[in-house]
Design a binder for this molecule. Structure first.
Ligand SMILES: Cc1cc2nc3c(=O)[nH]c(=O)nc-3n(C[C@H](O)[C@H](O)[C@H](O)COP(=O)(O)OP(=O)(O)OC[C@H]3O[C@@H](n4cnc5c(N)ncnc54)[C@H](O)[C@@H]3O)c2cc1C
Ligand code: FES
Length: 242
Protein backbone atom coordinates (compact mmCIF):
# COMPACT_ATOMS: atom_id res chain seq x y z
CA UNK A 1 0.00 0.00 0.00
CA UNK A 2 1.32 3.49 -0.90
CA UNK A 3 0.85 6.30 1.65
CA UNK A 4 2.08 9.89 1.57
CA UNK A 5 2.29 9.88 5.36
CA UNK A 6 0.50 8.21 8.27
CA UNK A 7 -0.87 10.56 10.94
CA UNK A 8 -2.45 7.75 12.96
CA UNK A 9 -1.03 4.29 13.69
CA UNK A 10 -1.86 2.14 10.67
CA UNK A 11 -1.56 -1.65 10.48
CA UNK A 12 1.10 -2.80 8.03
CA UNK A 13 2.05 -6.41 7.27
CA UNK A 14 5.62 -7.67 7.50
CA UNK A 15 6.57 -9.01 4.07
CA UNK A 16 10.09 -10.27 4.79
CA UNK A 17 12.52 -10.56 7.70
CA UNK A 18 16.31 -10.85 7.19
CA UNK A 19 18.85 -11.72 9.90
CA UNK A 20 21.71 -9.16 9.74
CA UNK A 21 23.82 -10.27 12.69
CA UNK A 22 23.34 -12.21 15.92
CA UNK A 23 21.02 -9.52 17.36
CA UNK A 24 19.80 -7.45 14.42
CA UNK A 25 17.08 -8.08 11.84
CA UNK A 26 15.81 -6.10 8.87
CA UNK A 27 12.04 -5.94 8.46
CA UNK A 28 10.59 -5.24 5.00
CA UNK A 29 6.99 -4.03 5.31
CA UNK A 30 4.10 -4.00 2.85
CA UNK A 31 3.95 -0.19 2.64
CA UNK A 32 5.47 2.74 0.79
CA UNK A 33 5.89 6.20 2.28
CA UNK A 34 6.89 9.59 0.97
CA UNK A 35 10.12 10.12 2.92
CA UNK A 36 13.84 10.80 2.57
CA UNK A 37 16.98 9.43 4.31
CA UNK A 38 17.31 10.30 8.00
CA UNK A 39 13.58 10.52 8.72
CA UNK A 40 11.99 8.05 11.13
CA UNK A 41 8.69 6.29 11.80
CA UNK A 42 7.00 5.37 15.08
CA UNK A 43 6.31 1.61 15.27
CA UNK A 44 3.54 0.56 17.67
CA UNK A 45 2.75 -2.87 19.06
CA UNK A 46 -0.75 -2.51 20.60
CA UNK A 47 -1.03 -2.89 24.39
CA UNK A 48 2.75 -2.80 24.59
CA UNK A 49 4.74 0.26 23.44
CA UNK A 50 5.65 2.51 20.55
CA UNK A 51 9.27 3.28 19.51
CA UNK A 52 11.00 5.32 16.80
CA UNK A 53 13.04 3.67 14.03
CA UNK A 54 15.03 5.20 11.19
CA UNK A 55 13.90 4.29 7.71
CA UNK A 56 16.36 2.08 5.81
CA UNK A 57 14.14 2.62 2.79
CA UNK A 58 10.68 4.08 2.18
CA UNK A 59 9.72 2.04 -0.87
CA UNK A 60 9.06 -0.50 0.53
CA UNK A 61 9.24 0.69 4.15
CA UNK A 62 12.22 -1.10 5.68
CA UNK A 63 13.45 -1.02 9.29
CA UNK A 64 16.57 -2.44 10.90
CA UNK A 65 16.00 -3.42 14.55
CA UNK A 66 18.63 -4.47 17.09
CA UNK A 67 17.37 -6.66 19.92
CA UNK A 68 18.37 -4.78 23.10
CA UNK A 69 15.24 -4.61 25.26
CA UNK A 70 11.51 -5.30 25.61
CA UNK A 71 10.20 -3.65 22.42
CA UNK A 72 12.94 -4.80 20.09
CA UNK A 73 12.73 -8.34 21.57
CA UNK A 74 8.99 -8.48 20.76
CA UNK A 75 9.72 -7.24 17.22
CA UNK A 76 12.27 -10.04 16.84
CA UNK A 77 9.55 -12.60 17.68
CA UNK A 78 7.44 -11.42 14.72
CA UNK A 79 7.08 -13.49 11.56
CA UNK A 80 6.30 -12.54 7.96
CA UNK A 81 2.55 -11.90 7.74
CA UNK A 82 2.37 -10.43 11.27
CA UNK A 83 1.44 -6.77 11.62
CA UNK A 84 3.03 -3.68 13.11
CA UNK A 85 1.32 -0.28 13.39
CA UNK A 86 3.17 2.71 11.87
CA UNK A 87 2.99 6.51 12.10
CA UNK A 88 5.19 8.86 10.13
CA UNK A 89 7.46 9.70 8.47
CA UNK A 90 8.66 12.28 11.00
CA UNK A 91 11.54 14.67 11.53
CA UNK A 92 14.28 16.32 9.53
CA UNK A 93 16.61 13.95 7.70
CA UNK A 94 19.90 14.45 5.86
CA UNK A 95 19.98 17.15 3.18
CA UNK A 96 23.19 17.11 1.19
CA UNK A 97 23.87 20.47 -0.49
CA UNK A 98 24.75 20.24 -4.19
CA UNK A 99 28.17 21.72 -3.31
CA UNK A 100 29.09 18.66 -1.26
CA UNK A 101 30.68 16.30 -3.77
CA UNK A 102 32.97 14.38 -1.41
CA UNK A 103 30.82 13.04 1.38
CA UNK A 104 31.79 10.84 4.31
CA UNK A 105 28.94 8.74 5.73
CA UNK A 106 29.81 7.54 9.21
CA UNK A 107 27.70 4.93 11.00
CA UNK A 108 27.99 3.13 14.32
CA UNK A 109 25.68 0.24 15.29
CA UNK A 110 22.22 0.52 13.74
CA UNK A 111 23.23 4.07 12.76
CA UNK A 112 24.14 2.59 9.40
CA UNK A 113 20.40 2.15 8.66
CA UNK A 114 19.66 5.66 7.28
CA UNK A 115 23.17 6.00 5.83
CA UNK A 116 22.79 3.04 3.50
CA UNK A 117 19.79 4.77 1.93
CA UNK A 118 21.65 8.10 1.85
CA UNK A 119 24.63 6.39 0.15
CA UNK A 120 22.40 5.14 -2.66
CA UNK A 121 20.93 8.61 -3.28
CA UNK A 122 24.38 10.23 -3.26
CA UNK A 123 25.80 7.78 -5.80
CA UNK A 124 22.86 8.71 -8.06
CA UNK A 125 24.02 12.35 -7.74
CA UNK A 126 27.57 11.38 -8.75
CA UNK A 127 29.11 12.36 -5.44
CA UNK A 128 32.31 10.70 -4.24
CA UNK A 129 31.08 8.69 -1.28
CA UNK A 130 33.15 7.14 1.51
CA UNK A 131 31.26 5.00 4.02
CA UNK A 132 32.90 4.45 7.39
CA UNK A 133 31.25 1.72 9.44
CA UNK A 134 32.25 1.20 13.03
CA UNK A 135 31.58 -1.44 15.65
CA UNK A 136 33.11 -2.68 18.87
CA UNK A 137 33.90 -6.06 17.31
CA UNK A 138 33.48 -7.76 13.90
CA UNK A 139 30.24 -9.64 14.74
CA UNK A 140 28.55 -6.31 15.61
CA UNK A 141 29.15 -4.85 12.14
CA UNK A 142 26.01 -4.10 10.16
CA UNK A 143 25.38 -3.76 6.41
CA UNK A 144 29.14 -3.72 5.59
CA UNK A 145 28.54 -6.21 2.78
CA UNK A 146 25.62 -4.12 1.44
CA UNK A 147 27.77 -0.96 1.27
CA UNK A 148 30.54 -2.99 -0.41
CA UNK A 149 28.22 -3.90 -3.31
CA UNK A 150 27.43 -0.24 -4.10
CA UNK A 151 29.40 0.85 -7.16
CA UNK A 152 31.95 3.66 -6.85
CA UNK A 153 31.69 3.79 -3.08
CA UNK A 154 34.69 3.30 -0.81
CA UNK A 155 33.83 1.33 2.31
CA UNK A 156 36.05 1.56 5.35
CA UNK A 157 35.49 -0.61 8.42
CA UNK A 158 36.78 0.16 11.92
CA UNK A 159 36.55 -2.19 14.89
CA UNK A 160 37.72 -1.28 18.37
CA UNK A 161 39.21 -4.74 19.02
CA UNK A 162 40.91 -5.06 15.59
CA UNK A 163 38.77 -8.05 14.51
CA UNK A 164 37.92 -6.45 11.13
CA UNK A 165 39.17 -3.51 9.06
CA UNK A 166 41.13 -0.77 10.79
CA UNK A 167 41.87 -1.05 14.48
CA UNK A 168 40.14 1.77 16.33
CA UNK A 169 37.10 3.99 16.12
CA UNK A 170 35.36 5.65 13.17
CA UNK A 171 37.14 8.90 14.06
CA UNK A 172 40.49 7.14 13.53
CA UNK A 173 39.34 6.18 10.02
CA UNK A 174 37.98 9.65 9.25
CA UNK A 175 40.88 11.79 10.51
CA UNK A 176 43.35 10.91 7.69
CA UNK A 177 40.69 11.72 5.07
CA UNK A 178 40.09 15.13 6.68
CA UNK A 179 43.84 15.73 6.74
CA UNK A 180 44.03 14.89 3.01
CA UNK A 181 41.17 17.33 2.38
CA UNK A 182 39.05 14.74 0.55
CA UNK A 183 35.87 15.29 2.60
CA UNK A 184 33.58 18.31 2.28
CA UNK A 185 30.69 17.03 4.41
CA UNK A 186 30.27 14.54 7.27
CA UNK A 187 26.93 12.73 7.63
CA UNK A 188 26.61 10.47 10.63
CA UNK A 189 24.29 8.40 12.79
CA UNK A 190 25.24 6.39 15.86
CA UNK A 191 25.73 6.61 19.62
CA UNK A 192 26.01 10.04 21.29
CA UNK A 193 29.71 9.63 22.15
CA UNK A 194 30.56 8.89 18.52
CA UNK A 195 28.56 11.89 17.27
CA UNK A 196 30.16 14.23 19.81
CA UNK A 197 33.64 13.08 18.71
CA UNK A 198 32.74 13.59 15.04
CA UNK A 199 31.35 17.06 15.78
CA UNK A 200 34.66 18.01 17.40
CA UNK A 201 36.64 16.59 14.48
CA UNK A 202 34.46 18.44 11.97
CA UNK A 203 35.01 21.73 13.83
CA UNK A 204 38.76 21.11 14.00
CA UNK A 205 39.02 20.64 10.21
CA UNK A 206 36.30 23.17 9.29
CA UNK A 207 34.12 20.49 7.65
CA UNK A 208 30.33 20.78 8.22
CA UNK A 209 28.51 17.89 9.90
CA UNK A 210 24.94 16.64 9.78
CA UNK A 211 24.45 14.34 12.78
CA UNK A 212 21.43 12.18 13.62
CA UNK A 213 20.89 12.28 17.42
CA UNK A 214 18.89 9.73 19.32
CA UNK A 215 16.54 10.61 22.17
CA UNK A 216 13.71 9.01 24.07
CA UNK A 217 10.59 9.75 22.01
CA UNK A 218 6.93 9.53 22.92
CA UNK A 219 4.65 11.63 20.70
CA UNK A 220 7.04 12.05 17.75
CA UNK A 221 5.30 15.29 16.76
CA UNK A 222 6.69 17.98 19.06
CA UNK A 223 4.07 17.94 21.84
CA UNK A 224 5.37 16.01 24.86
CA UNK A 225 8.94 17.34 25.18
CA UNK A 226 10.40 13.86 25.82
CA UNK A 227 13.03 14.24 23.10
CA UNK A 228 14.56 17.60 24.13
CA UNK A 229 18.31 17.71 23.39
CA UNK A 230 20.39 20.86 23.94
CA UNK A 231 17.45 23.16 23.23
CA UNK A 232 16.16 21.16 20.26
CA UNK A 233 12.98 19.11 20.07
CA UNK A 234 14.58 16.22 18.22
CA UNK A 235 11.41 14.69 16.73
CA UNK A 236 10.69 18.00 14.95
CA UNK A 237 14.03 19.84 14.62
CA UNK A 238 15.96 16.55 14.19
CA UNK A 239 16.87 13.80 14.52
CA UNK A 240 19.42 15.19 12.04
CA UNK A 241 20.90 18.48 13.27
CA UNK A 242 23.26 20.61 11.18
C1 LIG B 1 15.24 8.77 15.80
C2 LIG B 1 15.52 7.38 16.30
C3 LIG B 1 15.82 6.38 15.39
C4 LIG B 1 16.07 5.08 15.84
N1 LIG B 1 16.36 4.13 14.92
C5 LIG B 1 16.60 2.87 15.33
C6 LIG B 1 16.93 1.86 14.37
O1 LIG B 1 17.02 2.11 13.15
N2 LIG B 1 17.14 0.60 14.83
C7 LIG B 1 17.08 0.29 16.18
O2 LIG B 1 17.30 -0.88 16.53
N3 LIG B 1 16.77 1.23 17.10
C8 LIG B 1 16.52 2.49 16.71
N4 LIG B 1 16.21 3.45 17.65
C9 LIG B 1 16.07 3.03 19.06
C10 LIG B 1 14.68 2.43 19.30
O3 LIG B 1 13.70 3.44 19.22
C11 LIG B 1 14.57 1.77 20.68
O4 LIG B 1 15.08 2.63 21.65
C12 LIG B 1 15.32 0.45 20.73
O5 LIG B 1 14.68 -0.47 19.86
C13 LIG B 1 15.31 -0.14 22.17
O6 LIG B 1 14.01 -0.28 22.64
P1 LIG B 1 13.63 -1.49 23.65
O7 LIG B 1 12.29 -1.22 24.26
O8 LIG B 1 13.81 -2.79 22.95
O9 LIG B 1 14.75 -1.42 24.75
P2 LIG B 1 15.06 -0.24 25.90
O10 LIG B 1 14.41 -0.77 27.17
O11 LIG B 1 14.55 1.02 25.37
O12 LIG B 1 16.57 -0.34 25.92
C14 LIG B 1 17.26 -1.40 26.60
C15 LIG B 1 18.66 -0.97 26.92
O13 LIG B 1 19.45 -1.01 25.74
C16 LIG B 1 20.05 0.27 25.50
N5 LIG B 1 20.04 0.39 24.05
C17 LIG B 1 19.07 0.95 23.29
N6 LIG B 1 19.41 0.82 21.99
C18 LIG B 1 20.61 0.18 21.96
C19 LIG B 1 21.50 -0.25 20.93
N7 LIG B 1 21.19 -0.06 19.66
N8 LIG B 1 22.64 -0.88 21.24
C20 LIG B 1 22.96 -1.12 22.52
N9 LIG B 1 22.17 -0.73 23.55
C21 LIG B 1 21.02 -0.10 23.27
C22 LIG B 1 19.19 1.28 26.24
O14 LIG B 1 19.97 2.41 26.59
C23 LIG B 1 18.76 0.47 27.46
O15 LIG B 1 19.74 0.48 28.45
C24 LIG B 1 16.01 4.78 17.24
C25 LIG B 1 15.71 5.79 18.15
C26 LIG B 1 15.49 7.08 17.70
C27 LIG B 1 15.18 8.16 18.68
S1 FES C 1 8.74 12.95 21.22
FE1 FES C 1 7.30 14.32 22.05
S2 FES C 1 8.20 16.27 21.65
FE2 FES C 1 9.51 14.87 20.63
Amino acid sequence: MKYQSLALPTAVKIAEIRQDNYRTKTFVLEAQLDAYPGQFVMAWLPRFDEKPFSLVNANPVTLMITNVGPFSRLMHEKQPGDRVWLRGPFGQGFQVPAAHKKVALVGGGYGVAPLYWLARTQIDQAAQVTAIIGARTAVDLLYAEHFATLPELVTCIATEDNTAGLSGRVTDALRPLLEEGVVDGIYACGPHGMLAALQKLGQQYGVPCQLSWEAYMRCGIGICGACEHEGHVLCLDGPVLK
